[in-house]
Design a protein around this ligand. Structure first.
Ligand code: NCD
Length: 426
């Protein structure tokens, strides 16, 4: 959310810490947080490159292609000992702080692994009760301290706009010639999760190349166009219908991914969710998608018609999500208990009706109690979620290389090795 109500929440959520300094700082940030995404994105860049990654609006299709290319190079280089040694040496002089004050498994570990691939030393703060925040230190002081010791801060917080505010703090420090480091948003409240959207797009980019059986349920475009009858099917993310199912209202990964997909031509987004105030799409996302001119369908069932066929048969990729119970108010708990949520779980029968090439993605964790994707679907070639998680490690390594200006060195080494040793893309 980019509007004023979220900014108010930021002040509330940060609470009564160091009233005078913090309040002044926050007032300054709130005015900046309320600006249009386009204006803010420019401030989060440096020399046409990302300086910080805070929200999906910073990632254009061209930049997503560049990051995917770097990720592919890192991935191939990591297959050989010589390539691994090269990568591990690349940023061995750099240190990263992982500041995660909200639960995380995949994002935390894949950033850790991405740092290790590039030789970046990392350290973590996960529990604020063990840091000086317990002594009344403001989060802004904590961040500034981290920037004294580390070269990059990767942060996850329940506070929606904290990462963005920290990026502005870093920019202000740079302007006054003080130490300043890049900030990466690894999940901010119910608002944004741009690096998850980055890995979701990277997964779709690989799938829709239709090249490698590990990435594509059917990897022969000629077969898909011929035998399977998808005559108009093209490679790439454009001209596709993307389905999202589950908790659209509170899933930050959906919000970030929908914004990225909206930038590709001919894309259509279908949201399958119960008509419940907590779960259906929030107005701000609906408005932002409308501003991009992307066709959006909001339906309450996989059986709802899209182009005259049930949605489950019309979509080119399906993004499942769990119901984010941790955000339930007591009123939500009561009203959700009365709803039949079974139509928002995948079954073998539903998967059998999907297009043969359509990948099933999920940011994970999936909820074993709710069962939005039963384990019996894992063996279907369309189940891409474990591959998707591994893709996250490679593309996060690419992002870190970009932020620390090492992507050019990777590219040069890759092409030299490729010419000399004919290593293969996989
Ligand atoms: C997601 C998150 O934290 O927003 N998890 C993740 O980072 N892969 C999705 C979720 O928690 O449902």
């Amino acid at each position: 959310m980019q509007g004023g109500s979220e900014s108010t929440r930021l002040t509330e959520a940060l609470g009564p810490l160091h009233p005078t300094r913090d309040e002044l700082d926050l007032q300054a940030y709130e005015a900046r947080l309320a600006r249009p995404v386009r204006v803010k994105a420019a401030e989060l860049q440096r020399d046409g490159r990302l300086r910080h990654l805070i929200f999906a609006g910073q990632l254009s299709p061209a930049l997503l292609d560049d990051l995917a290319e770097t990720a592919d190079q890192v991935r191939v280089l990591s297959k050989s000992r010589a390539g691994q040694d090269f990568l591990r040496d690349l940023l061995a002089h750099r240190r990263a702080m992982l500041y995660f004050t909200q639960p995380s498994t995949r994002t935390f570990l894949s950033f850790t692994a991405a740092c290790q691939i590039l030789g970046i030393t990392c350290n973590e703060v996960r529990d604020p009760s063990t840091s000086s925040e317990a002594k009344g230190e403001t989060r802004f002081d904590s961040i500034r301290m981290f920037s004294s010791y580390f070269d990059l801060i990767i942060m996850r917080s329940p506070v929606a706009r904290l990462a963005e505010s920290c990026a502005y703090l870093m920019n202000d420090l740079a302007r006054s010639a003080q130490r300043s480091v890049p900030i990466v948003n690894a999940g901010s409240g119910a608002d944004e999760h741009p690096t998850q959207a980055l890995l979701d797009v990277y997964t779709l980019q690989r799938t829709f190349k239709f090249e490698n059986p590990a990435d594509s349920p059917v990897s022969r475009l000629d077969e898909l166009r011929g035998r399977y009858g998808h005559a108009d099917l093209s490679t790439g993310l454009a001209h596709k219908t993307y389905g999202f199912c589950g908790d659209i209202g509170r899933g930050r990964t959906v919000r970030s991914l929908a914004m990225l997909l909206a930038d590709y031509p001919g894309v259509r987004l279908v949201f399958v969710t119960p008509d419940h105030p907590a779960l259906r799409m929030r107005d701000d996302l609906r408005q932002r998608l409308a501003e991009r001119g992307v066709p959006v369908l909001e339906v309450d069932s996989f059986e709802a018609p899209v182009d005259g066929v049930p949605a489950i048969e019309a979509i080119d990729a399906l993004y499942m999500t769990r119901v984010q119970r941790e955000h339930d108010t007591p009123a939500d708990q009561e009203s959700l208990a009365r709803l039949d949520l079974s139509p928002y779980k995948l079954t073998r029968d539903l998967v059998a009706r999907m297009k043969a090439y359509a990948p099933i993605l999920h940011p994970f964790p999936r909820d074993q109690h709710f069962g939005e994707i039963p384990a019996e679907i894992d063996s279907d070639p369309r189940a891409m979620y474990f591959r998707q998680a591994r893709n996250g490690m490679w593309v996060r390594a690419a992002l870190l290389a970009h932020l620390l200006d090492a992507d050019g060195a990777i590219e040069r080494y890759f092409h030299r090795e490729f010419r000399e040793h004919h290593i293969y893309s996989s």
